[in-house]
Write a new protein. Structure first.
Length: 252
């Protein structure tokens, strides 16, 4: 099954047909003109006048042709611009929709990851360094999200997170160390917890804190003291019973 030619192919076909017809007309008219000159008794002065008129007509035709060409070129430019803008708008809208969908479906990627660990009820510590590569001073403010459990995605109880410093100004070419301490709640399920960190003033700076919470430590000293008390009491009672029995034997 043959495909129907496109708009450009049709235009080229029409142009070739028009050029062929124009050549036929030009050849025919030229032959008529030469024949008339050969059969006529035109004086040199009249011939000069005819040549002048022909030249004037040729110039006028050339000017008209250029005007038509310029007009067609302008129309083509306008149409091309409209089509390009229309295509770009449609592409941009599609890209925005795809980006929104991808952003909704895919998790955000962090630049790097800080790992730290501590048992429940204690404090975890870490630190990071921010370097200002901008051509100006930047006012920085650190923002942290809630910690979520890596396994089930649930939001963990409030962690007390301290940044030192949390708000600061950073001049061009300088660096700032930020210490991070996380007070872990005593009653919390052991496991991995993640929080997202961003720095206002440095839109490209974003990272995660991955906190490994271990089970709370057991107080071995308290267990020893508690278990030792009953043992001492039992020994004392046994000694008292033995003394009483000895006294009774001695009386008898």
């Amino acid at each position: 099954m043959n495909k129907e030619p496109g708009p450009i192919a049709k235009e080229i076909e029409s142009l070739i047909k028009k050029a062929s017809e124009a050549n036929t007309i030009i050849i025919s008219e030229t032959a008529k003109f030469i024949s008339k000159i050969a059969n006529s008794k035109i004086k040199p002065a009249e011939m000069a006048s005819i040549q002048k008129q022909l030249l004037l007509d040729a110039v006028n035709s050339f000017v008209k042709l250029n005007i038509q060409y310029t007009s067609s070129l302008i129309d083509a430019g306008v149409n091309i611009s409209k089509n390009i803008n229309k295509h770009l708008s449609a592409t941009a809208d599609a890209a925005v929709n795809n980006t929104s969908t991808s952003a909704a479906q895919q998790p955000q990627h962090f630049a790097f990851e800080l790992k730290t660990a501590a048992p429940a009820g204690e404090k975890a510590a870490t630190a990071f360094l921010i370097h200002n590569d901008k051509q100006e001073s930047v006012n920085c403010s650190i923002i942290i999200s809630d910690f979520t459990n890596e396994i089930d995605g649930t939001v963990a109880p409030a962690f007390d997170v301290i940044f030192n410093p949390q708000v600061f100004e950073l001049s061009y070419g300088s660096a700032q160390r930020v210490d991070v301490s996380v007070n872990i709640p005593a009653v919390i399920k052991p496991g991995l917890y993640r929080s997202h960190i961003s720095v206002e003033g440095f839109e490209h700076t974003h990272f995660d804190i991955l906190l490994d919470v271990a089970p709370p430590k057991i107080n071995q000293q308290a267990i020893t003291e508690i278990s030792a008390v009953p043992v001492k009491k039992v020994v004392s009672k046994k000694k008292a019973v033995i003394k009483t029995m000895n006294k009774r034997k001695a009386k008898s």
